[in-house]
Structure formats: C-alpha cells, structure tokens
Design a protein around this ligand. Structure first.
Ligand code: GL2
Length: 866
C-alpha cells in the first residue's frame, strides 16, 4: 500500500505512460479540448477501463480453458459506489495515476470526486453483494455477479423545508466508463401468454443484453465480472401498427422493455408486491440462467452435470423464481425429464435469507405469477404437490405421535379425575368420558391440516380467497443450502421462520456471518489509519489477510502510538466537520465526540430512540448551572439515511431529526456542548467519509430484528466504539472485541414476544422518556401536529403501541450513554480501546465470509493465473 511510485525510475516511467494514456483518452475517446475535472475524470476512468478489459479477458480465457466450478451470485441489488479509487488501488497503480494526474495539472482528489455513485441497491443487502464480488476476485474464486442494469438507481435524498424530498438518480448521465456492452450476448425473455398442457407461448417478449462490469481483485491478476442485464424490445417497432399509422402502439414494445430496467425499487427490507417487480426478478434470473447454460454447453454435451460446475447463490428471495425457471429451462428447452431436472436444480441452487421482518418475506399471489408466468406457476404447483407427497409419511408420523401424547395426557387427566372423585360414581363416569374424547380424532384431517404449515402455496391470512406463493419456502425446498447472515439470525430463522423445514433436513441450514471488504472500508477510505497500521505491523499484508490486524493489540499499550492514533482520528473528524459545514452550514467542533447514526431510516432501527435521548440531553444541559456545564462531554450527533418514499413514519423521523437540529444548533446557551446534524443523501461515498471520523456509532435495533448489520463492522474496523443492542452481528463483534469494550444495553431477542404481549399494560415509562415526548408535543421543535402520529406510535396502545419496544429499552440506553460519557473523559483509555476495536475485528473481513461460502456451500476452489 501507499507505495511511493515516484521513488524509482520504473514507476516514474509508468506514471509517464499512464499520463500519455489519459491524454490519449481525452483527445480521442472524449474528443475534449478542456481539462476540467469532469473531463479529466472521464479520461482517467477510460484509461483504467482499458487495463481492466485486459485483466478481464485474460482471467476469463484462463477460466474457460481450466473449466473450474463457478459460483453465480444472483442479486437484484449491487450497491457498488464509486469505482475509480477502488480499481486503481486494486490494480496497484494508485501512485502512477496520482503522479500522472499531477503531471497533467489535475489532482486525484478532485478528479475522483467527479464520479457518481453506482447506487443499484438499497442498503446493506446490496452493499454486501458488492463486498462479496471484491472478495471473490481477490481470493481468485471463479465467480460472477448477475443483476439488473437499472437506469435509475437509489433515489437522491434532498432536504427541503425541513422534510426529505426524493430526486431521481440518473447515474448514467455522463456515460459509464466501468461497463462493457456485449451486443453479442443476448437472450430472449418471455412473459404472459397462454399454456396448452405444459407448452407455454408467451405473448410478450424482450431481449436481455449483457453489460459486464469488470471486478479487479486486490494484488492478483484475477478480474471477474458483474454481469448486468438491460432490456431491449424484441423489435424496435411494431411494424404492422407503424404501417397502419398507429405510432403510439408502434413504439409500445420499446416502452415496455424500457420499463423493466428503469428503476430500482427503493424499499429496504420491505416487500413491494408489484407485478413490475416480479417482472424484473424473472427478467434477470432467466437471462442469467440461460447465459450460464449456454456457456456450460460450449464445453459439455448435456446438462446433467450442471451442478458440478455451477452454484447459483440466491441473494434473499428476490431471485427465487430461479427454482421454477431452471426447471423450465431443463425440461422445456433442453428436454430433461422432470425428476432429473429437479435433481439438478436442487443441487445447483442455494439461498441466503437476509431478514426476519415478516413484511419482507416475499409472497406472490398465485394470480399474479399465473398471469405473468403461467408455466412457472404450473411448475411451482407441481413442485409443491410432489414436495408435500414426499413428506406425508413424516407428517403423519408426527401427527400420530402428537396424538398419542395427547391421549396419554388425557388418560393421565382421567386418572386424576377418577382419583379425586374415587368414591363418587359420577367421577368414574367423567373419567371414562374424558378418556374416550381423546380417541375420537379424525387423523386424516389432522394430517392435511398439518401439511399446510409446509406448503409452498398457502392461503393469504388476510384474504381467504387469495392463494400465495411463499417465495422463501420455495427457496428452501429448491436449494441444497440455506443460510442466515449472523449467528443469532441463523438461529432465529431456524426457530421462527423455517422450523418445519429444519425438522426435515437440519443439515441444510447454516450460518455465514457477513463481512466487509477491508480494501474499500479501511485501506482506501482511511489511508492515514492504514499507513499507521502498516507501519506498526511492518507490512501491508493485513489488507489481504485481516487476521494480521490482531498483531496491533500490543500497540494499544504504547502511549506514543495512541497519540498518533488519536491524531489520525482528529484529522478524519476535521474532514467530516468541513463536509458538514459545506452541506448543512452547521459548524461543529472537532473537540466534541463524534456520535454517528447512519443507515436506512426504519422504525426497527430506532433512530427515534436516539432522537429522544438527544432531546433529553438537551433538556439536561438547559437545566444546568454554568459550573455543571463545564463537566459535560460535548457531542456532535450525526444522522444519515434515506426513508423509503412511501414510508410514512420513516419520513417523520427524518423531519424530527431535522427539527431538533435546527432548535438545538441555534440555541446559544448550548453552544458546542451539543450539535445535531442530518447529513442528506447517505450513500457509499458519504459512508467512506463518515465512518473513519466516527468515535461512537449507534446500532440500536430492537433485539431480534436486524439480521446482521454490516456498517457496525466498518465502524469497528475504523476504531469506532459501538453502542448497541444484543442484535445481529453486534453480538459477534462483542465476542471478538470483548463485551466490556462495547456499550451494550436493552432487552434480549428471546424476550420480545413476551414483552410485546405485556406492553398493553406497560406502566414502567422512564420519566425522561415521557418528558422528551412531551417536549415534542409542546412544539419545542416546531410543528407538534406533524409529529403527533410518530409520538403516538410509541406511546398510544391504540396507535402502534410501541411495537419496537423503545419504552422498554430507554432507561438502559441512557445508562449506556452515561458510560460512554464517562469513558470519553479518559482519552488515554478511550484510545487504547479504540485500537482494540481495529485489532479485534479482522474476522469481519468479507474474505473470511467468502472463503466459508466457497468451502462450506459452493465447493468452489480458487483458480489463479500463474
Ligand atoms: C438486510 C438486513 O436488514 C441487514 O441486517 C443485513 O446486514 C443485510 C445483509 O445481510 O441484509 N436485509 C435486507 O433486506 N436488507 C438489508 O440490509 N435490505
């Protein structure tokens, strides 16, 4: 890392060659006369593009020749962020490019800031997919990502009159140097139409065209791909309509195709039951499977061995239609018999669950699938019928056992009754009756009833006339492996989401704790800290082998090292402070603790609870004497995150934070003791600036709701403390770092069902909680009416009834916050532990996660060019 490119002649010559190349791109590809930052960015990007193409071609040729098993990561989302810095670093050319740009009168920082984020994802799930691609390439694992080339990514968030507003993200505006269009790689994808027996004739057809986004590994020749599909009309014009003069109808085909890849659905961890979404899902899944099969058949004569050469990892339920589509392709297109096809399908597919939020577990109406994909609906019915038949014996035996237990219970009860009324004749009669009742059960109906819990096709519990396909069940039945994304989450899916399936095949269920790439999330976003780590360890090998970070531990005891560690944090805080000033106009002091809460806005993530704790802190400061105020630990509380456009409460939470910020930041009495900032448009690039500057980060979801979280890992690796609940990966971070170093509070996951039951009578409100709510209601932060529903959602049992249990956790949250303040006052100890965070969390490298997937699920081996 940070190799001094100019320190030797060869590197200087390389920089000169790079400069010449950038110039050539500017002159000929862009035909640009000026060298403004955007032009220089484009020129540099196209020059890197060419290097990626070389690396990409060599890798793919090598893999083609060796024919190793591949993994295909099917995901509706890839949240890539910017590419330039990452690519240049992974290629090991950062020095050359920096030098070259300097020689051309530009500078790397300005140039790189021109790039728009590729935001083809909502949040954690999409960003995880991007980290996984980086790790797969770095570990030389033959693998591709497959997704959709949305023309509009995640919306841009702006603030207007104290509210969130959404703006379209047309990220392809200035062209995209990071993709290669492949007009030679096209597949037809059909929709709707009719079914004659099992012969499907679609009535609408589009063409999927491939775009490859090269993914360079770090310090390796391997460069793999993210293949994204665009939709084209099967013919530009409906000629008959055109000739008849109906021009609107004539371009209808184009409009329909455009619609499929137009926008990313901006919902995070919530279902979006729209037909267009299913269309998107099927579109990319079908194209990806066809593409893989076509390549497979170049080398193999039939598809019976497909699963030995390919695993398809389904990223959540979004690509689950793959179960039916792979069956259809094998049976209808390639003539395999259906049993053999089922054998191949269930050996080739694996499924990752990313959420337990009930509203996010996709269930598609049979009606919708039947209309859009009639053949697939037929296959799903067949799969379900066979599946239920195959488990009938098991379920019958289970029912019989349960009945026997009930009978035994009834008999025991009868004996008791008889004993109690031993002398009375009626006692005997009653006993005989009870025993008999236990036997009169219709077992057949009981089995049918019990089977419903295993059925992929189910009744809609809210509408008895509608049948639904439970996509998660389809995924479990159609896969050879199912995994959760953190230890606690993988247990919860076994006990709460799929208990019936666990009982049948426990070995199918696994855990793969998430990870993040240390390249983007430490080495490149925090070069100052990286340099310090490299210097201390005497090597930069930790960038590829994160276990080496553990060797930092002894340095925590070294006062000189701590001083330098603190200096880096100060520098990163100063950068963030400047950005805050730039974007919001607020001036914040870098002597304050930087307390950060950034993630999608969701009630379960409880940004509202943090807001209430800030209101309490504000009231406390206001009530203090000047002497008391001197003891306050000053804080800057930073929020960031997007609320889904249709998520009513989430938008109110954003508005509340903005209102609190305005009141508090303008209160002269409070000054630097407390500042609140909402940074709009939180995205990957913002995160790269925010995370290195954090001293405390908040991961305070209701226990049992956040599957994993991945920003918690990024913060920990950058030496930030965590205040959080026993939820998701917080728990494993605690195990690695030592729980004494985290600020853990709140209820446990196993308590929430009971507490939700009890909350109707909940009386134990913390007075600070009540006072904070009252302050909102009083209008202290403006528009009390606007916040009425939000306040009611956690305090009125008829209007939300605090489903996420803020009231239960508030007191212990405040205790944890008090501990934070106390520790921060001892800067030596704080810094010591901050170093421990970085040193302890190498486990959360996505290289480790991907290595586990490769060994324990995919059975894919590295295949590196010599
Ligand atoms: C999520 C989970 O909410 C989050 O906790 C997890 O870290 C990521 C990645 O596994 O997946 N599930 C989900 O639907 N989204 C997530 O971020 N959008």
């Amino acid at each position: 890392m940070n190799k001094q490119a100019t320190s030797n002649g060869a590197a200087a010559a390389d920089a000169a060659a790079v400069a010449a190349d950038i110039e050539a791109q500017r002159r000929y590809r862009l035909a640009a006369k000026s060298s403004d930052p955007q032009t220089m960015y484009q020129a540099a990007a196209w020059s890197v593009h060419n290097k990626l193409v070389d690396a990409f071609d060599k890798t793919q040729e090598y893999w083609k020749e060796k024919d190793p098993k591949h993994v295909y990561y099917l995901s509706a989302e890839f949240l890539m962020g910017r590419t330039l810095t990452n690519a240049v670093h992974n290629l090991g050319l950062e020095g050359e490019y920096a030098e070259a740009l300097k020689n051309l009168g530009a500078d790397m920082e300005t140039v790189r800031s021109q790039e728009l984020d590729a935001a083809l994802g909502n949040g954690g799930l999409g960003r995880l997919a991007a980290c996984f691609l980086d790790s797969m390439a770095t570990l030389d694992l033959p693998g591709w990502g497959y997704g959709i080339r949305y023309r509009y990514g995640m919306f841009k968030q702006a603030v207007k009159d104290g509210l969130q507003v959404e703006l379209p993200d047309y990220w392809l505006d200035a062209g995209n140097p990071w993709e290669i269009r492949r007009p030679e790689t096209q597949f037809k994808v059909g929709f709707y139409g009719s079914l004659d027996g099992d012969k499907w004739t679609p009535s609408e057809e589009v063409v999927a065209e491939a775009y490859d986004v090269p993914i360079p590994g770090y310090k390796t020749k391997t460069c793999s791909t993210l293949r994204l599909w665009d939709a084209l009309p099967s013919s530009e014009l409906d000629l008959a309509a055109f000739n008849a003069g109906d021009y609107v109808k004539a371009v209808e085909l184009k409009r329909k195709a455009d619609e499929i890849t137009a926008v990313l659905y901006p919902n995070d961890a919530t279902e979006e039951g729209k037909e267009l979404r299913l269309k998107q899902q099927f579109f990319f899944v079908s194209a990806s499977l066809q593409d893989t099969i076509a390549r497979y058949l170049e080398k193999h004569s039939d598809l019976s061995g497909l699963a030995e050469k390919a695993t398809f990892q389904m990223n959540d339920t979004h690509p689950t239609i793959a179960v039916a589509e792979l069956m259809r392709l094998l049976i209808d297109v390639h003539g395999m018999d259906s049993n053999a096809a089922w054998g191949v399908t269930t050996k080739a597919l694996a499924y990752t669950n990313h959420t337990v939020m009930p509203e996010a577990l996709e269930k598609w109406p049979v009606r919708v699938i039947g209309k859009l994909l009639p053949r697939h609906m037929q296959l799903i019915e067949q799969i379900n019928t066979q599946w239920l038949a195959s488990i009938k014996d098991h379920v019958s035996a289970k029912v019989a056992k349960e009945q026997a237990a009930k009978k035994a219970e009834a008999a025991a009860a009868a004996v008791k009754v008889a004993a109690a009324a031993a002398s009375a004749a009626e006692g005997k009669e009653a006993a005989a009756e009870e025993a008999k009742a236990g036997e009169e059960v219709e077992e057949v109906d009981l089995v049918a009833e019990a089977l419903k819990a295993y059925s992929i096709v189910q009744e809609n519990q809210w509408n008895k006339d509608e049948m639904l396909v439970n996509m998660a069940y389809l995924a479990v039945v159609g896969s050879f492996a199912v995994n959760g994304v953190a230890a606690i989450h993988s247990e919860i899916i076994k006990t709460d989401i799929f208990p019936h399936f666990v009982e049948l095949f426990p070995q199918r269920f696994q855990n793969k704790t998430n990870g993040v790439t240390l390249r983007r999330w430490l080495a490149y976003c925090n070069p100052e800290l990286s340099a310090l780590i490299t210097e201390a360890l005497g090597t930069d090998a930790w960038v590829k082998d994160a276990t080496l970070l553990a060797k930092l531990k002894p340095f925590a005891e070294n006062a000189e090292f701590r001083k330098r560690w603190r200096a880096v944090k100060q520098a990163k805080k100063a950068e963030l402070a400047a950005h805050i000033k730039d974007v919001t106009g607020y001036e914040v002091s870098t002597n304050s603790m930087f307390d950060i809460h950034v993630k999608r806005i969701h009630e379960y993530k409880r940004q509202f609870m943090n807001a209430l704790s800030i209101i309490h802190r504000y009231s406390e400061i206001k009530a203090m004497s000047p002497e008391e105020r001197k003891k306050v630990v000053p804080r800057v509380c930073v929020f960031g995150g997007k609320a889904a456009s249709a998520y009513y409460m989430a938008k109110k939470i954003v508005a509340l934070v903005l209102s609190i910020a305005e009141t508090i930041n303008n209160d002269k009495e409070v000054g630097d003791l407390l500042k609140v900032v909402f940074l709009p448009n939180y995205n990957v690039t913002e995160a790269e600036l925010i995370i290195p500057a954090a001293e405390l980060s908040q991961h305070i979801s209701t226990a049992g709701t956040e599957a994993s979280g991945t920003s918690n890992m990024k913060f920990a690796l950058n030496g930030s403390f965590i205040i959080g609940t026993l939820d998701g990966a917080n728990i494993e971070i605690g195990e690695n770092t030592g729980f004494e170093n985290l600020f853990i509070f709140g209820i446990k996951a196993e308590e929430i069902n009971r507490l939700r039951e009890e909350r109707k009578d909940f009386k134990d409100y913390d007075p600070r909680f009540i006072a904070a709510l009252d302050l909102i209601k009083s209008g202290a932060f403006g528009r009390p009416d606007y916040f009425d529903d939000l306040v009611a959602s956690i305090s009125d049992m008829n209007r939300g009834n605090d489903w996420f249990l803020l009231a239960n956790d508030f007191a212990s949250y405040m205790d944890a916050q008090a501990e934070v303040d106390a520790l921060y006052s001892d800067q030596e100890e704080w810094t010591r532990r901050s170093i421990i965070y970085t040193a302890s969390n190498g486990f959360f490298s996505s290289d480790r996660t991907i290595d586990q997937y490769a060994r324990e699920i995919w059975n894919v081996q590295p295949c590196a060019q010599p």
